[in-house]
Unconditional design. Structure first.
Length: 343
């Protein structure tokens, strides 16, 4: 019997062009695969370069354009310019840890907060309000019944239209989101880790601002602050499953990222593993773009795309400038993301 005829006829000229472009012939699948079975696209995401910082100066990161409203106080802290020595004792300059952690002295944290508020430009009469954060979707309204300086309430979102109040969220990789209603003069701050993001804390928080203050999405501005970027945020399949169950656009948030390690690429035999396929640390890892996930929630809540500012700094890549839970294996300080209304 004659040999089966190939499905395509090679042409030398075409083969040469394909080879020059590092391409190859590929058959089309006879059947269509379901989109949910397709793996996420593999994307080459490069880590950010560290910027040179002054370790002795308190630095405040601002959202572009927000200084147009004089009544609005806001800013994202970094790790420089404080008095904390717990996390990098060999470093001469102190650091600006703003969280009451078990590794730092309370008096030092209070001094750090004083320096932060001064650099922020917040009047000394403003009350700083924080939360005991629990990776939830709980958003609390700060009003006359709240007692600043008392035992913090549990939750991951704060909102107010009260003058003289500064709302603050603590982070060390999670995404901070600040919102301001420029017409009603109301503000909100959200702590969005992956669990809070799955629970739609930012999207539901905008809805609660509409109920509480009569806020219209067209009048809202949002700032997505420094947090762990897609370049560094490797997650497990269980995280993707959670997002897939909640968001139709979940596939746009995940990428398979190949880690380029020169030693591994030059000496691959040194990294052989006896583990079953799919259970090895080799190969591409699954990464989540948590900043984009929260931007999409803001859009779903009705905000205009041009009203959303994204700082974009990756806290793990720029660990010399920001505290990072992952980069420092949990032994790290906390930053504050604050927004408030001048009295």
């Amino acid at each position: 019997m004659p040999a089966p005829r190939p499905s395509f006829t090679p042409i030398p000229a075409i083969d040469a062009l394909l080879e020059a472009g590092e391409l190859r012939h590929q058959r089309r699948s006879a059947g269509r695969e379901r989109s949910e079975r397709m793996p996420p696209p593999e994307k080459e995401i490069h880590p950010q370069r560290q910027r040179r910082v002054s370790k002795s100066r308190v630095e405040i990161v601002r959202a572009p354009g927000w200084n147009a409203w004089p009544w609005l106080v806001h800013g994202f802290s970094t790790r420089t310019g404080g008095v904390t020595t717990a996390y990098r004792p060999a470093q001469k300059a102190g650091e600006l840890n703003l969280g009451f952690t078990s590794s730092d002295e309370r008096d030092k944290v209070l001094e750090n907060r004083r320096r932060f508020l001064q650099a922020l430009g917040a009047p000394s009469s403003m009350d700083l309000v924080t939360l005991k954060q629990i990776h939830s979707s709980n958003v609390l309204r700060v009003g006359s019944s709240n007692t600043p300086g008392g035992e913090p309430c549990q939750g991951d979102g704060l909102m107010t239209d009260r003058l003289g109040v500064l709302l603050a969220i603590q982070t060390a990789d999670c995404i901070p989101v600040l919102i301001a209603d420029v017409k009603k003069k109301a503000v909100a701050a959200f702590h969005a880790g992956w669990r809070g993001t799955v629970k739609r804390i930012v999207e539901s928080g905008v809805g609660q601002m509409r109920v509480a203050f009569g806020s219209r999405p067209d009048d809202l501005m949002a700032a997505i602050g420094p947090g762990i970027g897609a370049c560094c945020y490797a997650v497990g399949e269980e995280v993707r499953s959670e997002f897939t169950s909640q968001f139709a656009y979940a596939s746009d948030l995940f990428f398979e990222v190949s880690d380029h390690e020169p030693i591994r690429e030059k000496y691959p035999m040194l990294f052989l593993t006896a583990r079953a396929p799919g259970h090895s640390n080799l190969g591409p890892s699954l990464h989540l773009d948590l900043m984009e996930a929260n931007r999409r929630q803001l859009l779903d809540a009705g905000l205009r795309p041009d009203a959303i500012r994204r700082i974009g700094d990756c806290t793990r890549c720029q660990n010399n400038r920001y505290f990072s839970y992952r980069a420092e294996q949990g032994f790290t300080g906390r930053m504050l993301s604050a927004v408030g209304i001048r009295s």
